[in-house]
Design a protein around this ligand. Structure first.
Ligand SMILES: Cc1cc2nc3c(=O)[nH]c(=O)nc-3n(C[C@H](O)[C@H](O)[C@H](O)COP(=O)(O)OP(=O)(O)OC[C@H]3O[C@@H](n4cnc5c(N)ncnc54)[C@H](O)[C@@H]3O)c2cc1C
Length: 597
């Protein structure tokens, strides 16, 4: 049930079995699986608004309009990054039902077998190995035909996919001139540019068709909200979802087995939604807008607020480094210095070329009539360019090897347009047609990690976010150089001869660039990859380091668990949404087993 502000008195007087903080990618998976049992009641507190009826969150092609500077984005910015010549860069995060799955770029890339085997080895829990996680990838996934219904034989391996899950995935819904050119180019080059039938098989090296979290038949974005919180699930009477409800902290009144037990969640109601009801309600409760409410729980509080906000809530609650908490006047309750540490991200750089073709999206973006017509066509028939994301129609590459096994050191995504770094759409260039290729550093060095820290004692203040982009001077720069060179080799294939006119900007390095020139370009143009993990890292049971055990329970505490991307101890070499769905599916099973659900 999607609650309204009038339901607040009911919320504060109910003793829930589970309270989930954050109705995002992971939170909605857990909420859905737990409420399969009608005997248990679950409350989801989501800081952002509902996603219902918001076209920008449904139409894949409108994805770049979902952030930054929208109500659906937390609109974060990093602290100055030494690895980027001191620049602070934007760091969007979903602030809406569905969380970041409602605003993300929709690339479905699970990572490699070696990533998950490394998690299993690191945590001492075989449950996190690739072989044991593959069933959860499949459980979460509903592989659908592409929106244009083209024959997908030979474009993916059905054996490694799930067809009955709640998160829709599909292959590109329309071919563009780019897709065909890439296929020819990689066949011409061979070697490092080998073909890969399915990049989600656990062996992602090579070139394959990109899979995206787009529901093919409806040509719509698949988010954790559209799937796990679909109408039939929202009708469950044992599921309560309150939007615009931002949690400040969890509180402990007692203890269990000698450790503090967390039974209460404190939150405020933000000013979105029905203001008249708000006014009446707050008059009724005789308190001011912005006042804090509490909700209580008898089994577990599950933090699914994401890699930035989960550690913030933990620290607000007195769980973290005692000295850091004390510096903000917060009493230390659980001594866990790794809360907020170990923040990993990928790093992303984009290169652009002018091309000899008007079959790019640039003209489309310059023509508002065409855009309106196309949007209407999407509404009428789920067709037209809006049926696909702007880069989903291209192949994704995952090249090269690194010491952790068969993992790619970078991914390349292709766009038939000029976009800003990180696929944001800046002002449309007045003329010209473009090819863009972005290289995502998918295996940063172990020193390329930063932290999330509190900025003040105000629990709602924006934290200090340092993802440590390109902070591992040796490894990160060497891999980024290789990534850029590999992209340059790729566009040197004869297939591009009559297509690429030249680099968009004369400062973009070419084949003859020295390492020093490449480094300067990389430092000046790299941005965040948006794949944040690590701030509630799981470690072995009983290990002092880390934040949660391999079963995702917060160490040295009772009744508190973390289920979101923040538990991953290292960033996977794929993207992060697919692993987040899978880890949340496994977490739900762990929780059900413990509570005999
Ligand atoms: C712009 C962008 C593009 C991306 N593109 C891709 C992509 O193409 N492919 C891919 O695999 N990955 C992508 N990612 C990354 C991926 O989407 C995330 O790693 C993943 O969705 C994280 O899931 P999560 O459950 O950890 O957090 P989220 O999905 O962010 O969920 C956290 C939820 O908690 C809520 N919340 C936070 N604080 C509070 C609080 N105090 N009280 C109540 N609620 C709170 C948030 O509003 C949010 O709804 C992208 C990320 C971004 C930002």
């Amino acid at each position: 049930v999607l609650l309204s502000p009038q339901d607040l008195p009911h919320v504060v007087s109910t003793n829930y079995d589970f309270i989930i903080v954050g109705g995002g990618t992971a939170g909605n998976v857990v909420e859905n699986r737990l409420t399969e049992n009608p005997n248990f009641n679950v409350l989801v507190l989501e800081a952002g608004p509902s996603d219902a009826g918001v076209l920008a969150l449904q139409v894949p092609f409108l994805n770049p309009t979902t952030n930054p500077r929208t109500p659906w984005d937390w609109n974060y910015t990093t602290v100055a990054q030494p690895g980027l010549n001191g620049a602070s860069v934007g760091l969007p995060r979903g602030h809406v039902l569905g969380g970041t799955s409602s605003i993300k770029g929709m690339v479905y890339a699970r990572g490699s077998k070696a990533d998950f085997d490394r998690y299993a080895n690191f945590t001492g829990d075989e449950g996190w190995s690739w072989d044991n996680m593959l069933p959860y990838f499949k459980k979460s996934e509903k592989f659908t035909p592409p929106s244009d219904r083209h024959n997908t034989t030979g474009q993916f391996d059905p054996m490694v996919h799930g067809f009955d899950g709640l998160n829709s995935v599909s292959l590109p819904g329309a071919s563009t001139v780019l897709g065909g050119r890439f296929e020819v180019a990689i066949d011409q080059l061979g070697g490092e540019f080998m073909r890969n039938l399915d990049l989600n098989s656990g062996s992602p090296l090579g070139f394959g068709w990109m899979q995206a979290t787009i529901d093919g038949p409806s040509a719509s974005r698949s988010s954790s909200s559209s799937g796990y919180l679909a109408r039939e699930f929202l009708l469950r009477p044992n599921l309560h979802v309150l939007v615009n409800a931002q949690v400040s902290r969890v509180t402990s009144e007692g203890s269990q087995d000698g450790v503090p037990e967390f039974k209460t969640v404190e939150f405020r109601v933000n000013g979105g939604g029905d203001y008249v009801s708000f006014f009446l309600l707050f008059c009724l409760l005789k308190c001011d807008i912005g006042s804090l409410f509490t909700a209580s729980v008898n089994k577990e509080v599950i933090l699914s607020a994401g890699t930035i906000n989960t550690p913030q809530v933990l620290m607000n609650s007195g769980i973290g480094s005692p000295s850091h908490l004390n510096s903000h006047g917060i009493q230390s309750i659980v001594d866990l210095p790794d809360v907020g540490e170990n923040l990993f991200d990928h790093a992303l750089i984009t290169l652009y070329w002018r091309v000899n073709s008007n079959e790019t999206y640039d003209d489309y973006r310059r023509n508002s009539t065409r855009q309106d017509e196309a949007l209407q066509a999407w509404k009428d028939m789920r067709q037209a360019p809006e049926s696909r994301s702007m880069w989903a129609s291209c192949v994704l590459s995952a090249l090269r090897n690194i010491p952790h096994g068969e993992c790619p050191s970078f991914h390349a995504n292709f766009g038939a347009l000029k976009h800003e770094q990180n696929f944001r759409l800046g002002p449309t260039p007045p003329a010209g047609n473009y090819l863009s290729i972005s290289a995502l550093l998918s295996s940063p060095g172990d020193n390329a990690r930063g932290s999330v820290k509190l900025n003040s004692s105000d629990p709602f203040s924006i934290p200090l976010i340092d993802p440590g982009i390109l902070a591992d001077n040796a490894i990160d720069l060497a891999l980024m150089r290789e990534a850029v060179k590999s992209v340059l080799r790729l566009v040197s294939a004869p297939a591009w001869g009559d297509y690429i006119l030249g680099p968009e900007d004369s400062t973009q390095p070419g084949f003859n660039a020295t390492d020093a020139e490449l480094d300067a370009f990389i430092r000046g143009n790299t941005r965040a990859g948006y794949h944040l993990v690590g701030t509630s890292s799981m470690t072995r049971k009983g290990a002092e380091a880390g934040v949660v055990d391999p079963d995702l329970r917060v160490k040295k505490a009772a009744g508190l668990r973390v289920v979101d991307a923040s538990v991953l101890p290292f960033v996977p070499t794929g993207h992060t949404q697919a692993p987040t769905y899978a880890l949340a599916e496994r977490a739900a099973d762990l929780i059900k087993a413990i509570h005999s659900l």
